[in-house]
Ligand binder design. Structure first.
Ligand code: KE4
Length: 429
């Protein structure tokens, strides 16, 4: 495989873009080498500017769940384009997507659309504070909820990969109301409440997807919600990554818990910029123009993005690919584990439906501390071997692989062959 054109664009990109990227994880910092530049994608395949073809297990970090350029999404977006791109006024499409989303979440009476997952979480947190009149928020080490100041403390995604313990430019004051707990450890949450009642809520990724994949153990989420109810605090589910990924609705339902506020993104826009936050009536009444919590956005509910979201969720509901995701995910999980055994490699595979991640480590990975014990040098070798064998993975041990419904049996066979060659290379390190 040649990467000549990607390398050329990388050098050119360095002139006016920071690190030649618009999001840090795309810089390939934790796997070394220069980032790939993508030219196009279709179905389960993605093509870089050198013409190399890859099976895509990144799918834009989640949104392209139907695969790239699904015909019904493309048709809907093209149709919407003919009516205009943005009006700064309401459209019917927003009502349509709002209904689809609210119907998929039993406890969600109302939703507000924004333009990214970060904005959705930013607003969800403000809403929890508005509703409870309390200031503090608890987050879990290793969970990433976008780049708002208050939550860039021990974040799991880009920051974990860059091993930055927070972020430069975030003032002390911005994080003084942020408390940190340990995923799967209810006691670590209770400890905060023992010292402080001024806690509006707890935000959690129902399935951790930004420290690799980490799954709530036993009844962790349910016990957390039950406990919060006794403290007059809210459970905020950050389902930006998990929303519509493992069922048509939220992972929270599969995990037997109902969040008070749910934040969404990625899949609900189908590749177009859409975020959302929603809750039951009495909570959403706090949001302007009805209530005193201000939140706004020029491009919120953008008609093209709404069209993409409606078409994506409509097609997703029709396809209902979740059983297939479970089967394919299980096949890949077994292939990863069996191949690691074949080459005597320590590997832990965590998977929840169509999101999964192999950790080059032994023992369990149930929180960020355990995730960080993974051998990222081994992951880097594995990553580049998978690239050379035609499989595009997230360039970090602390991300998640995503399946799309355009994957074929032929793709799975090719991924299996690539895993074998890549694990062999790792075993020779
Ligand atoms: P965005 O602002 O990137 O749309 O969403 C932020 C966000 C919020 N909550 C969760 C659970 C998320 O996973 C994300 C963003 N996920 C990363 C992937 N780890 C996006 C990729 C990137 O940052 O480039």
């Amino acid at each position: 495989m040649k990467f000549k054109k990607s390398n050329k664009l990388y050098k050119k990109g360095l002139e006016n873009l920071v690190g030649a990227v618009n999001s840090p994880v795309r810089a390939f910092s934790s796997v070394g080498g220069n980032p790939l530049f993508i030219k196009k994608a279709k179905g389960s395949k993605i093509y870089d500017v050198d013409g190399n073809e890859y099976i895509d297990l990144v799918v834009s970090y989640g949104p392209m769940i139907l695969g790239h350029r699904h015909k019904s999404v493309e048709k809907a977006a093209k149709k919407a384009l003919k009516n205009g791109y943005s009006f700064g006024a309401s459209t019917e499409a927003e009502i349509k997507l709002a209904k689809i989303v609210c119907d998929a979440f039993p406890e969600m009476d109302k939703v507000r659309f924004v333009n990214s997952g970060t904005e959705a979480v930013l607003s969800g947190i403000r809403l929890a504070r508005a509703f409870t009149g309390k200031d503090k928020i608890i987050k879990f080490a290793g969970c990433y909820h976008g780049h708002q100041d208050a939550l860039l403390v021990a974040a799991g995604s880009g920051l974990a990969t860059l091993s930055l313990p927070g972020s430069k430019g975030v003032p002390e004051g911005a994080v003084k109301n942020t408390l940190i707990a340990e995923y799967n450890n209810l006691e670590s949450v209770k400890k905060h409440f023992d010292n402080d009642e001024n806690i509006a809520g707890v935000i959690i990724e129902p399935i951790g997807g930004n420290m690799g994949v980490v799954i709530p153990e036993n009844n962790f989420l349910k016990e957390l919600k039950d406990y919060l109810e006794t403290k007059g605090a809210l459970l905020i589910a950050d389902e930006v990554m998990t929303g519509f990924r493992s069922k048509f609705g939220g992972a929270q339902e599969l995990l037997g818990v109902t969040a008070d506020i749910t934040c969404l993104g990625k899949v609900i826009g189908g590749g177009f910029p859409v975020g959302a936050y929603g809750a039951r009536e009495e909570i959403m009444q706090e949001v302007a123009p009805l209530g005193g919590m201000y939140q706004a956005g020029t491009l919120s509910g953008n008609p093209i993005a709404m069209a993409g979201g409606i078409a994506t969720l409509t097609e997703l509901k029709k396809q209902n690919p979740y059983k297939q995701f479970e089967e394919t995910g299980n096949v890949l999980e077994v292939i990863l584990s069996e191949t690691a055994k074949k080459y005597n490699l320590d590997l832990v595979v965590n998977r929840f439906g169509s999101m999964m991640n192999p950790f080059f480590t032994k023992g369990k990975v149930t929180n960020f501390e355990e995730a960080q014990l993974s051998d990222t040098d081994k992951f880097a070798v594995f990553f580049w071997e998978m690239i050379k064998n035609g499989v595009f993975l997230p360039p970090s041990q602390f991300e998640a692989w995503f399946l799309c419904s355009a994957l074929t049996d032929k793709d799975i066979k090719k991924i299996s062959e690539a895993i074998d060659k890549s694990m062999l290379a790792v075993s020779k390190m």
